[in-house]
Design a protein around this ligand. Structure first.
Ligand SMILES: [Zn+2]
Length: 405
């Protein structure tokens, strides 16, 4: 990604465009090679890049956890320092109602939390020497900060920012309380805190942040993504189907489509992504879910009907993948030929989804009229090169169901 020079607080930095997007400050930037010219900033490349990155964010709310992780774990980057300077060091106290990128990320994270996935609760401190861990605010003992687990004791604390090392180095945990612990609920909380503090042993290593969603404690976007998908996307026990006559990418695509794992607008909204419209971009007539895109949409119906005519099959109204499975089982063809036909359908769904993406993301509208021709020619190219037998393009066009394999 292109790098830009940035002037921030009188210093010049070179940062990738992605970083700049998250800086949240009015920066003056220019492509690296050219001279600074602040007036160009408003009208030229930066707006384009910001838009591009904005689109990527909308499409992948799952990656927002990456930025939240970077903030919580204090990765020391320029971006982290800027966000901290603007919003403060306490992540959960950051405002979310301002029209800024960081606020919109936090809003998405909050929406995920309201839907049942609280990302920050999975970010924990693994204690080493205790010098970088807030005794009360960080999650380092059990699953919540001590200020939440022991609110009455926290109310007694005079030094609310105290780190674990200082607390453990003091004569008693209560040394910095404003008065002695009284009987009743306070005493109960004191006893509970004392008992879990008995297990704490500091070491010489540094404190470090871990994410408890992955086995090794490392933060990985992929793990978070899978976790969120498992939580919010419908699961399916459909057996995996694989067609060896078409490329892996088309098979994988079809596998994702059957499991409803594509970022359709309905699925994006299920994950908490805010969208202007939930309608199918191909027809603007119905909600965009996977069954609509591949079976119920007019575009898909025309394509599927043409495939049936081409293969001399009776067309039926098919509304879902399970309908398609039943229909596909109902007629007789040799198993290899049937596998090729299945591949043709996979190629068709893949092409329809590609058309949909071109419509959503490309600047100029795609050509819809070539979609069926593309399916015929691509499936010929792939199937003929993956079969041991040779068959001609003319034969493929006229009598694919008579191909002898
Ligand atoms: Zn549609």
């Amino acid at each position: 990604m292109e790098k830009f020079k940035v002037i921030f607080k009188g210093k010049v930095f070179v940062a990738p465009a992605k970083e700049l997007f998250y800086l949240e400050i009015r920066v003056f930037l220019e492509p690296k090679e050219s001279a600074f010219n602040t007036t160009d900033y408003e009208s030229n490349g930066s707006a384009k890049i910001l838009n591009m990155v904005r689109q990527r964010i909308v499409m992948s709310s799952r990656y927002e956890s990456n930025w939240v992780w970077r903030f919580i774990s204090g990765d020391g980057s320029l971006w982290y320092k800027v966000i901290q300077a603007i919003y403060g060091s306490k992540f959960d106290l950051h405002v979310t109602d301002q029209p800024s990128i960081w606020c919109s990320i936090l809003r998405e994270v909050k929406s995920l939390k309201d839907s049942g996935f609280d990302f920050s609760s999975h970010c924990k401190k693994r204690i080493g020497d205790g010098s970088c861990t807030s005794f009360w605010y960080d999650i380092w003992l059990a699953d919540a900060p001590l200020c939440v687990q022991f609110p009455r004791l926290f109310a007694l604390e005079l030094d609310k920012e105290i780190v674990v090392a200082n607390k453990m180095g003091a004569s008693s945990v209560s040394a910095s309380f404003r008065r002695d612990v009284r009987d009743g609920a306070e005493r109960q909380q004191w006893d509970d805190l004392s008992s879990i503090m008995n297990s704490v042993v500091l070491s010489s290593s540094k404190d470090r942040w871990t994410c408890d969603l992955s086995g090794d404690g490392e933060f990985k976007v992929k793990v978070i993504r899978n976790f969120i998908d498992d939580l919010f996307l419908p699961s399916s026990d459909v057996a995996t189907r694989w067609v060896k006559f078409i490329p892996i990418k088309v098979n994988v695509f079809s596998w994702r489509a059957r499991r409803d794992r594509l970022p359709t607008r309905v699925n994006l909204s299920r994950r908490g992504v805010l969208l202007d419209s939930h309608l199918c971009p191909l027809c603007n007539a119905a909600m965009e879910d996977v069954q609509h895109v591949f079976f119920r949409c007019d575009v898909a119906r025309v394509v599927l009907r043409k495939i049936c005519r081409w293969w001399d099959l009776d067309w039926q109204e098919i509304c879902s993948f399970s309908d398609w499975d039943a229909w596909f089982l109902s007629f007789r063809l040799s198993s290899r030929l049937k596998s090729i036909l299945e591949g043709v359908f996979y190629v068709a769904w893949w092409r329809i989804w590609r058309l949909r993406n071109q419509l959503v993301f490309d600047a100029s509208p795609p050509n819809r009229s070539t979609i069926f021709d593309d399916i015929v020619s691509w499936s010929f190219l792939w199937c003929s090169s993956r079969c041991n037998r040779v068959f001609s393009w003319e034969y493929w066009l006229k009598n694919p169901y008579l191909i002898s394999l």
